[in-house]
Design a protein around this ligand. Structure first.
Ligand code: TYD
Ligand code: MG
Length: 450
């Protein structure tokens, strides 16, 4: 009888072996090596290599234009397409991760509904009933005539449907609830999730179908999370937001087809998700400009500029240790700005609690927000409001100098468009209303007076 080199596989790392072992020779997992069938063995990357070695290496010219590229598929959501870098690429797998209840199913039901009005699409709902999805589609007003639904949780059957090549897009919601009967383990467990996803990815590549997998991320890590699949898929998208507020952000964590710096913005409404196409002024819409301790900062996400309000509250401390609480900003940068204010500008913060916040639940990590943080704190401490028509942008250095930041012109243009008359910062180029300061102390004097 010929010896099968791939008779055993590790349930944890997926490596294959000719012999059984109590401890996996590759990853060291105990009792994870099990006997597998020939079909499963083909899932392993190793057997792929062996197969191509046997067939001889096929070489292709890098410049080949014989096959015209298949165009990308627009999702019907400009914001979704922007994050993908211009729509869904054919034969690609996208993993959409996010906490339960954040709106992944809603986003995909709407996108498949819109795509399904022009192209054949399939939405596999392993989580909700087909009827629930049908009702959601109706509620969101998107029932594509070419959209089909399935309630299957059998990964082999779904892979078969993908291979048939009928659909331009297949959505599987969620990858944690589908399983392969040939693999041991509960649905949602690491071996099931990986094997089931690998089967679907292979089918999508073979048939040129765009595939979207939904993956729940839980804080306690109870289910095998999307991290496990990151290397297997072409794009990892994260759908985030505060479940109690209606704003949702879609961002690419990994993207083989475009940049990872673009974000898509949505609002959850009573009829599903709506795009926020012009978010520039949305976060400062109801600000109280006369209150001390706030400063507007034009921040850039991808190619888009948004104005946010940084707020500071400085209060004499009641505790032995002064508190520093930061929400929506980078904690280390905020601590550094406070240290520069204390050391270089002689601000007495040592006996004060400092609270920093960005309104609207936005998260700002850019060093460009440093100057805004500094002005908000200075304004709070002196109880003088920053002028209502002023925005600030600039990185603060440890010596108290202001450093230029990228996309200065874009920030200036957006601030002007939204009615701000003065931009305070380290400057670059000329323009009306530019208050150019090389140092933080100058900027504080310019904004709050001497
Ligand atoms: P869902 O898409 O089921 O989340 P996920 O798939 O990420 O678990 O969205 C669930 C939430 O969205 C639910 O709490 C209700 C809310 N929602 C609306 O507010 N409006 C709507 O039109 C829809 C369909 C859902
Ligand atoms: Mg869902």
């Amino acid at each position: 009888m010929p010896r099968d080199p791939d008779r055993f596989a590790c349930r944890d790392c997926g490596d294959t072996f000719a012999r059984w072992a109590g401890k996996c020779p590759s990853c060291g997992a105990m009792n994870a090596v099990v006997e597998i069938t020939a079909g499963e063995a083909r899932l392993a990357a190793k057997s792929d290599q062996q197969r191509s070695a046997a067939a001889g290496l096929v070489l292709e010219a890098a410049s080949s234009t014989a096959n015209a590229p298949v165009p990308r598929l627009a999702t019907g959501f400009g914001e979704f397409d922007r994050v993908l870098g211009g729509g869904l690429p054919p034969a690609a797998t996208i993993l959409l991760g996010g906490e339960p209840g954040i709106g992944k199913s809603t986003l995909l039901a709407q996108a498949t509904g819109l795509i399904g009005s022009q192209h054949p699409a399939l939405y596999v709902t392993a989580e909700e009933s087909v009827d629930q999805v049908r009702r959601r589609l109706e509620r969101c007003g998107v029932v594509g005539v070419h959209l089909e639904l399935s309630g299957s949780n059998d990964a082999a059957a779904i892979a078969g449907a993908i291979r048939a090549g009928k659909h331009r897009l297949v959505v599987v919601d969620s990858v944690q609830l589908i399983s392969l009967s040939t693999i041991e383990g509960e649905p949602g467990g690491p071996s099931q999730v990986r094997a089931a996803a690998a089967t679907l990815v292979e089918a999508a590549k073979a048939s040129g179908t765009a595939l979207v997998l939904v993956g729940h991320v839980t804080k306690d890590g109870g289910l095998a999370g999307p991290r496990l699949l990151e290397h297997l898929v072409d794009c990892v998208l994260a759908f985030e937001g505060d479940r109690y507020a209606d704003l949702r952000t879609l961002r690419a964590v990994k993207n083989r087809f475009g940049s990872t710096s673009e974000i898509g913005l949505f609002r959850m409404g009573s009829q599903g998700l709506e795009e926020v196409a012009d978010p520039a002024g949305m976060f400062i819409a109801d600000r109280d400009a006369a209150a001390p301790g706030t400063c507007v900062v034009p921040v850039v996400e991808g190619n888009r500029c948004m104005l946010v309000e940084v707020q500071a509250l400085v209060n004499p401390t009641q505790a032995p240790q002064p508190q520093r609480r930061v929400s929506g900003l980078d904690t280390n940068r905020a601590a550094m700005v406070l240290a520069v204010l204390a050391r270089r500008l002689r601000f007495s913060l040592a006996n004060c609690d400092v609270f920093l916040n960005v309104t609207g639940g936005v998260r700002v990590a850019e060093p460009a927000a440093d100057l805004g943080i500094a002005l908000a704190v200075a304004s709070a401490l002196r109880e003088i409001a920053v002028p209502a028509d002023l925005v600030a942008v600039g990185e603060v250095g440890l010596a108290g100098e202001l450093r230029p930041v990228p996309r200065y012109e874009l920030r200036a243009a957006e601030a002007r468009r939204l009615g701000f008359k003065r931009l305070i910062g380290p400057g670059a180029g000329q323009g009306r209303g530019r208050v150019v300061c090389a140092r933080l102390d100058e900027a504080v004097t310019q904004a709050l007076g001497g």
